[in-house]
Design a protein around this ligand. Structure first.
Ligand code: MSP
Length: 509
């Protein structure tokens, strides 16, 4: 059995979850669910990054202590995020967890003991929103942060430095030996040229901060929040299951999913820190683009503007998951909009898939009293489903979420054409065509069953509804994506529409 460990970035708690955060979580959930279907032992981690100094300020402004402040945000907004998009992580890490603190201390102590940390004075401009020291080329001509448009603060303090420069050669070797360490290729190139351009040591601690993980050999300082955050991918494995050390099973088979804005931290700093502490580097890092939602304001019928993430309340969770995977090739930026979501909901989910399920079940009711009999034959769907069973895993192994989904849609379209070509309503009029009608209905039911299994990672709820509607088992094992596995069933009823019509005026105003 293979093991598969997938992580999302851990989210800053100071904002509320939006569609961009949901995007990574959805993509990760699709990949993990698929891997589970293939029989892999999986571990899916997500969580929150809470030790940023900006939380101390925000808490002060809110008049509460920092822990109460982050607890409220996490419980009200962040812990519910996975369920809001149908994701089921195995563990939700908070960097304020005691287990995380303990491990971060152990981890940096190892780096210190291995001689990769030294003391020095740091002076420079620090952007609190990025939690990063800025060089001049990272600022506007007026000296503002390129990302946030805010004025960075001048900081001068005694810090502990990580000897990143010493890892340049080793990192370059790693990149040369493992051309798929970072995907897609253009991100690999970006990371590699950053390393080749020369690496500067960075400060691994911050002085005079009451919030964060104390540096074990100098408790006056706390561990730099980005180091503390990156370590979550390892720390979680040490305490997610009390009494178990999951590192043995899931390190280094880690796959990190990240947005393009945090590439350097993950593709350069993180492997160097791991090597310095004596760990193997993760298996792979996939860098995705941004999902940009059109600026047209989306309003509820009440007139209140809604966050695109709330579109699940109108279209359902599966529709948003579908759209996230469909809107752009994963890795590239995607231009999303409520209109586009609506159009795809109607055409692809409603017409292509939903109607096919309704028609198929209705015909089984009308022509065969709700019964499906085994009628596998030398059907064209044998080859089609074989191809589907091969293409989807191959594409998902390359994080090609939209490509794998397209392979499934090829079969859905083909099933729709089959209905038209075979015209069961004609066959039903001719008693000599009874066997042909059996075969046709069987092929439609069987194709839909296989499609449901293939789609389950994307549309978990819909997949299960299709299998129930066809009287089939809920076994999602990937072997089921094959022709002729539909079991005899009776009592099938005409299915309710899977994707009921949504009036655009209600959805978006
Ligand atoms: N806390 C850090 C990550 C630490 S990981 C050890 C952080 N948090 S974040 O909340 O600002 O961003 C988390 C992720 O959300 C990043 O991968 C970022 O790229 C992603 N997204 C935020 N907005 C986004 C879009 N509009 N589209 C796609 N993803 C974007 O960075």
């Amino acid at each position: 059995m293979s093991r598969y460990y997938l992580t999302t970035p851990i989210y800053y708690v100071n904002s509320t979850p939006h569609i961009g955060h949901a995007y990574t979580t959805i993509a990760a959930d699709i990949l993990v669910r698929h891997q589970r279907q293939r029989g892999d032992e999986t571990f899916f981690l997500t969580g929150t990054d809470e030790n940023a100094s900006k939380n101390v300020r925000a808490a002060e402004e809110a008049g509460v202590d920092p822990k109460t402040f982050v607890d409220d945000l996490v419980e009200d907004h962040w812990r519910p995020l996975p369920a809001r998009v149908g994701a089921s992580p195995d563990f939700f890490i908070r960097t304020t967890d005691e287990g995380h603190h303990r491990f971060v201390q152990e981890f940096v102590q190892q780096i210190y003991d291995n001689g990769h940390i030294y003391e020095d004075i740091y002076a420079g401009l620090y952007c609190v929103s990025c939690e990063e020291f800025k060089t001049e080329d990272q600022l506007t001509p007026d000296g503002l942060c390129l990302e946030h448009g805010t004025k960075p603060e001048w900081i001068e303090e005694r810090n502990w430095f990580f000897r990143l420069s010493a890892f340049q050669e080793q990192l370059l070797r790693l990149y040369d030996e493992r051309p798929d360490f970072v995907l897609p290729d253009f991100r690999y190139n970006e990371a590699r040229s950053f390393i080749a351009g020369g690496l500067r040591d960075f400060s691994l601690s911050r002085a005079g901060q009451p919030w964060g993980v104390p540096v074990p050999w100098d408790p006056e300082q706390v561990v730099y929040v980005w180091v503390d955050a990156l370590v979550n991918y390892l720390s979680a494995l040490t305490y997610a299951r009390p009494g178990e050390d999951l590192r043995e099973e899931f390190w280094p088979v880690a796959h990190h999913l990240i947005g393009k804005d945090i590439l350097r931290f993950h593709c350069v700093f993180w492997p160097a820190l791991l090597l310095a502490a004596g760990y193997e580097v993760p298996r792979q890092i996939f860098v995705h683009g941004w999902l940009l939602f059109g600026d047209r304001k989306i309003s509820k019928s009440s007139g209140n503007v809604i966050e695109p993430l709330e579109l699940t309340e109108i279209y359902g969770i599966d529709a948003l998951r579908f759209y996230a995977a469909r809107v752009a090739r994963f890795g590239q930026d995607g231009n999303a909009s409520a209109d586009d979501l609506h159009e795809r909901y109607e055409r692809e989910l409603g017409n292509d898939l939903g109607n096919l399920v309704s028609r198929t079940t209705a015909m089984i009711v009308r022509y065969r009293e709700g019964r499906i009999e085994p009628a596998a034959w030398d059907s064209p769907f044998r080859a089609e489903l074989e191809q589907l069973a091969r293409l989807v895993p191959a594409r998902l192994d390359e994080y090609d979420l939209s490509g794998a989904l397209e392979a499934i849609w090829v079969v859905i379209r083909s099933l729709n054409r089959y209905v038209e070509e075979r015209a069961p309503w004609q066959l039903a009029k001719d008693a000599t065509k009874s066997e042909e009608l059996d075969r046709t209905l069987y092929d439609l039911a069987d194709g839909l069953r296989a499609v449901a299994i293939a789609l389950a990672a994307y549309l978990p709820e819909t997949a299960s509804r299709i299998l129930v509607a066809l009287g089939q088992s809920d076994d999602l094992a990937w072997e089921g994506v094959a022709y002729g596995r539909t079991a005899a069933a009776e009592g099938i009823a005409a299915a309710e529409p899977l994707f009921p019509r949504v009036e655009l005026e209600t959805a978006v105003a």
